[in-house]
Design a protein around this ligand. Structure first.
Ligand code: ADP
Length: 329
């Protein structure tokens, strides 16, 4: 039977991502439109445990659509991994008669949501919010598009200085085990090479490529290093290359957490709005233990178990990798 959900809480958990605010706004306003009482848990699961669960209305989410980060804050909450922590969280929700939960986050967040939903029968819908684009059931995750654009803007600036000085730059980007950000930003910024966690590009191959560029009078080269690749971080690789390839003045830039921040792109504002709207509507329609996602430009639902199965972890596209190689000669 369809549960008659009355009170819904939304939270953001794990790594923050641009577009989370657009999503919070959509969740809150969709619930209010349908006559539900809306709440926000501050600092993700920690907020459930600390009973930091605040009422939200349409005005609580005014003027946040364009903001990076998350107005509800986020946290990594170890206590929620323990049964005792989950029980406190559930008791706090019960007190406020909250019967629906929208969780915005990555795979850790969904693992917690799945356990919580199974244990206490609370209705839960997940929204994929992570710059890594590594969840099954959504072609894109919230924040990924903004992160790519941030990386591209940074590399364009690096290219100006690299070109002026005939330099070789190693730029390290985020993505954990996924080379999605690295490969896309390599294409869009015309990088000479890219090192990915999914592929073992040998250092020898990399040096051959850089030498070929130098012999045809390339005035600068940029190598994108994805975190999680086999040879280590950008500093390690720069050192190894420098030993064999003294021609260039080598420099390293680690883009780090700036990839997480910034005003969300148009794409992420729209995606956050669509996913938030769909998540609340799904809860109201009686769905639970599912993730909303974008599949071929349509919103679809995937069970949390499937989303977490690793089935669809980003598969590197060989054709894009080959194209990157060809276009950067
Ligand atoms: P992300 O959601 O971005 O992958 P994390 O992996 O840090 O980020 O997970 C976010 C939070 O989800 C954790 O801090 C914890 O509170 C909760 N969580 C993660 N794994 C579990 C688990 N096995 N059981 C319960 N909660 C979990």
């Amino acid at each position: 039977m369809k549960p008659n959900i009355k009170n819904i809480a939304v939270l953001t958990s794990g790594g923050d991502a641009p577009g989370m605010n657009a999503c919070i706004r959509a969740v809150v306003r969709t619930g209010i439109y349908h006559g539900k009482n809306m709440f926000g848990a501050v600092q993700g699961y920690q907020g459930l445990i600390n009973n930091n669960i605040i009422p939200m209305n349409a005005r609580s989410v005014s003027n946040i659509l364009h903001m990076g980060g998350t107005i509800l804050k986020t946290a990594r909450c170890l206590e929620f991994k323990e049964d005792a922590g989950m029980e406190i969280a559930f008791k706090n929700l019960q007190e406020k008669e909250i019967d629906g939960l929208v969780v915005i986050g990555g795979d850790g967040t969904f693992t917690g949501a799945k356990r919580f939903g199974e244990k206490f029968g609370i209705n839960v819908i997940g929204v994929p919010g992570t710059i890594d684009n590594d969840l099954y059931g959504s072609d894109f995750t919230l924040g990924y598009d903004t992160a790519i654009n941030t990386v591209i803007e940074a590399i364009d600036k690096i290219r100006d200085t690299a070109d002026s000085h005939d330099r070789l730059f190693f730029v390290e980007v985020m993505g954990r085990d996924s080379g999605c950000i690295a490969l896309r930003s390599a294409i869009a910024s015309g990088a000479e090479a890219v090192l990915l966690p999914e592929r073992e590009t040998s250092l020898k191959e990399l040096i051959t490529k850089l030498k070929a560029g130098a012999s045809t009078k390339k005035s600068s080269s940029i190598v994108i290093v994805s975190e999680g690749n086999k040879y280590g971080g950008a500093y390690d690789i720069a050192k190894a290359v420098k030993r064999k390839f003294t021609h260039y003045d080598t420099k390293v830039t680690i883009l780090g957490h700036l990839q997480r921040g910034g005003s969300p792109s148009g794409f992420d504002r729209i995606l956050g709005s669509r996913l938030g709207f769909a998540a609340t509507n799904a809860l109201i329609a009686g769905e639970s233990m599912k993730m909303v996602g974008l599949k071929g430009n349509k919103i679809g639902l995937t069970s949390l178990s499937e989303a977490l199965s690793g089935l669809g972890n980003y598969k590197l596209e060989d054709d894009l990798l080959e194209m990157t190689h060809v276009l950067s000669i």
